[in-house]
Write a protein that binds this ligand. Structure first.
Ligand SMILES: Nc1ncnc2c1ncn2[C@@H]1O[C@H](COP(=O)(O)OP(=O)(O)OP(=O)(O)O)[C@@H](O)[C@H]1O
Ligand SMILES: Nc1nc2c(ncn2[C@@H]2O[C@H](COP(=O)(O)O)[C@@H](O)[C@H]2O)c(=O)[nH]1
Length: 214
């Protein structure tokens, strides 16, 4: 096989709040521990059981703004009244090691990553709930947010859903096992495509060199 370094894929998961991104991301990470999860920074308060550096890096507004000012962020956005963002460093490191990175970001983050210099390595997946009633039921059964927060998130759900067509894939998270299986299939197919491209790039480079050396 030609010796061309393989680049990691950037796998973006977006959905309205409560459709199941974090649940599916955790399942994918269990299936393939070589995946790197992009831990975002946020100004939102930690939920019970959340640990700094695991689910998020919890920041004050001033700390978050300083990261943006320093040009550290690949993307950032205000979502439900708090700031969320992705640091460039860990993503670039994982990519250069050929490791695929999973992102749980809203549509604004998805757009910014797609439009960044890393955009050609993006595979974007939009996750839909089976119904709006199921979405609300999931937010309530998660039992992590106040009634007012859940109402606010439900009000924004259609605006988030309106961006579905910007994504490479759309999948309905009805049955969790079935949705995980569909995600695995997408990832496996996209990896085959990437590896084929990497191989071909090296092969054509070899042909050019052979031609030049004649
Ligand atoms: N297919 C499913 N069927 C039933 N419940 C589900 C399913 N997928 C996820 N859930 C549940 O729905 C709730 C919300 O899921 P999760 O926290 O993964 O959503 P999310 O999209 O990451 O939300 P947010 O955008 O707010 O972070 C959780 O309690 C989770 O266990
Ligand atoms: N643009 C970004 N959006 C992000 C990022 N990390 C998370 N999110 C999105 O925020 C909402 C709310 O998340 P929650 O943990 O408070 O429930 C959800 O839609 C996430 O996808 C990020 O780095 N950038």
């Amino acid at each position: 096989m030609p010796d061309t370094a393989r680049r990691g894929l950037l796998i973006i998961l977006s959905s309205p709040s409560g459709a199941g991104k974090s649940t599916l991301a955790k399942r994918l990470m269990n299936w393939d521990p070589t995946l790197s999860f992009s831990v975002s920074a946020t100004t939102r308060d930690p939920r019970p059981g959340e640990t700094d550096g695991i689910e998020y890096y919890f920041k004050t507004r001033a700390e978050f703004e300083a990261m943006v000012e320093a040009g550290e962020m690949l993307e950032h956005a205000e979502v439900f009244g708090n700031f969320y963002g992705t640091s460039k460093g860990p993503v670039e490191r994982a990519m250069s090691e050929g490791r695929d990175t999973l992102f749980d970001v809203d549509w604004q983050g998805g757009q910014q990553i797609r439009n960044s210099s890393l955009g050609k390595d993006v595979v974007s997946i939009f996750i839909l709930p089976p119904s709006i009633a199921a979405l609300e039921q999931r937010l309530r059964s998660r039992a992590q947010d106040s009634d007012a927060v859940i109402r606010g998130r439900m009000e924004k759900s259609l605006a988030e859903i309106s961006h579905w067509s910007e994504y490479d894939y759309v999948l309905v998270n009805d049955d969790l096992d079935a949705a995980e299986e569909r995600l695995r299939t997408i990832l496996t197919a996209e990896r085959v495509r990437r590896d084929r491209q990497t191989w071909l790039t090296g092969f054509v480079r070899g042909l050019n060199k052979e031609f030049d050396d004649r």
